[in-house]
Design a protein around this ligand. Structure first.
Ligand code: 6PG
Length: 474
């Protein structure tokens, strides 16, 4: 008997995806470059379902029913190309290779085009949810041809997380669309994490609260509109005591945040597309700043206020909740705008509401309020920004006094809140009747004759700054 699908690359993510497939009753071919991992998987988890272990790519491919579905789960980058080159020559037209790693969508576009030439489908698929998600139900974001989704979609939907019975998996769009959406998911993840970290910082230093008390605050928030996986695990991390020192775990960890690159890609691509994802950018830069130990050592004694405790801690907690919700809305608004911009640029026709739907479960940014985002795009698929949707408009309107107080308190106490403040600046920037960009245009025209447009007439103009300062049509 043949396998319905195969997984090559059996590190923890690949192994867990294979187990998830097997647990759902699908026969799974499994292969790994070093066969010990394959053997270990079958020995340890063989009872969970039907695994067809293969020592060689040839044996692996031969054990798959047609069209063959080959999931590769290896390190993004050169290893992915190497594995594709190993397997593609063994496949036949109509077969598909599914890259479930965190590939850059531009690589996915290149690989998809090359394999299409050879008659093969290449499905670049975002998978979120970490190791646990891969095993128990991730959020899955598959790109590629619509035909490939017909053959593959039901299997992926079967093993994905479900919310209210709806799978957290849907066809995203052609070629690189799936990996693009996963990239923006990670950008939003960075932003969300940074905002939560800033909330903690404020409660700790302006509120004078201990990590365990802050954990309780997050637990409470997690029963309301902020309910989300990231808030939930934040409470767990803050409540944890370090066994070695008996101190809060968070005080035992070096305060330098690392990154593997997907957040940085989101910002790089946003710059190319001209989408102002300032919240995601600040989150990436905040991690970068934290990692510059030498710079921080050199600057540690710079003058400035030291945080002091506010008078009314309960009021601070309430304000921070509001600031967090408002800033989070901005982060998602920016991320969804980037998805729309990418979709327009590459002709992907991505349905933003469907992305909110498949992020409701399984993934790292799963959150109650994604239902609201879906509803917003259901009501108006061409919504220019989530901020103008009725629900979010009202939420931010209600939150903004608190939000402004929090940013002001932080500035006055010397507590860095780049995420909160950039989100507020974005909000105020969008709603401004006039921006000082007009002055910037004047400066550009002055030093470089770069021209400007007028509010009262069409066309491009230049002022003769070095001459009689009359205006000419450019
Ligand atoms: C997910 C995560 C996953 C991974 C991140 C971590 O959706 O399951 O986003 O992809 O944990 O890549 O990213 P950093 O190491 O860059 O923080």
């Amino acid at each position: 008997d043949k396998a319905q699908i195969g997984v090559t690359g059996l590190a923890v993510m690949g192994r867990n995806l294979a187990r998830n497939l097997a647990r759902h009753g699908h026969a799974v071919a499994v292969h790994n470059r070093s066969p010990e991992r394959t053997k270990a998987l079958v020995e340890e988890f063989g009872h969970e379902g039907t695994f067809l272990p293969a020592d060689t790519p040839e044996q692996f491919v031969a054990s798959l029913e047609r069209p063959r579905r080959v999931v590769i789960m290896v390190k993004a980058g050169a290893p992915t190309d190497a594995v594709i080159e190993e397997f593609a020559p063994l496949l036949e037209p109509g077969d598909m290779i599914i890259d479930a790693g965190n590939a850059h969508f531009a690589d996915t576009r290149r690989r998809e085009a090359a394999l299409r030439e050879r008659g093969l489908h290449f499905v670049g698929t975002g998978v979120s949810g970490g190791e646990e998600g891969a095993l128990h139900g991730p959020s899955i974001m598959p790109g590629g041809s619509p035909e490939s989704y017909e053959a593959l979609g039901p299997l992926l939907e079967d093993i994905s997380a479900k919310v209210d019975g709806t799978p957290c998996c849907t066809y995203v769009g052609p070629d690189g669309a799936g990996h693009f959406v996963k990239m923006v998911h990670n950008g939003i993840e960075y932003s969300d994490m940074q905002l939560i970290a800033e909330a903690y910082e404020l409660l700790r230093h302006a509120g004078g609260m201990e990590p365990a008390q802050i954990a309780e605050v997050f637990r409470r928030w997690n029963t309301g509109r902020l309910e989300s996986y990231l808030i939930e695990i934040t409470a767990e991390v803050l409540a944890h005591t370090d066994a070695a020192t008996g101190k809060p775990f968070v005080d035992a960890v070096v305060d330098q945040a690392e990154q593997k690159g997907t957040g940085r890609w989101t910002v790089q691509i946003a710059l190319d597309l001209g989408v102002p994802v300032s919240g995601i950018a600040e989150a990436v830069f905040a991690r970068s700043l934290s990692g510059h130990a030498d710079l921080r050592d050199a600057a540690r004694d710079l003058p400035g206020p030291r945080p002091s405790r506010v008078g009314d801690v309960d009021a601070l907690v309430e304000d921070v909740e509001q600031a967090l919700y408002a800033s989070k809305i901005v982060a998602y608004a920016q991320g969804f705008n980037q998805i729309q911009a990418g979709s327009a640029e590459y002709g992907w026709n991505i349905d933003p509401g469907a992305m909110a739907t498949i992020w409701r479960g399984g993934c790292i940014i799963r959150a109650r309020f994604l239902d609201r985002i879906r509803a917003a795009y259901d009501a108006d698929p061409d919504l220019p920004t989530l901020l103008v949707d009725d629900h979010f408009r009202d939420a931010v309107a209600g939150a903004q006094d608190s939000w402004r107080r929090v940013v002001a308190t932080a500035a006055q106490s010397g507590i860095p809140v780049p995420g909160f403040s950039t989100a507020l600046a974005y909000y105020d920037g969008l709603r401004a009747q006039r921006l000082p960009a007009a002055l910037v245009q004047g400066q550009r025209d002055f030093f470089g004759a770069h021209t400007y447009r007028r509010v009262d007439r069409n066309g491009a103009f230049h002022t003769l700054w070095g001459g009689d300062r009359s205006e000419v049509s450019a």
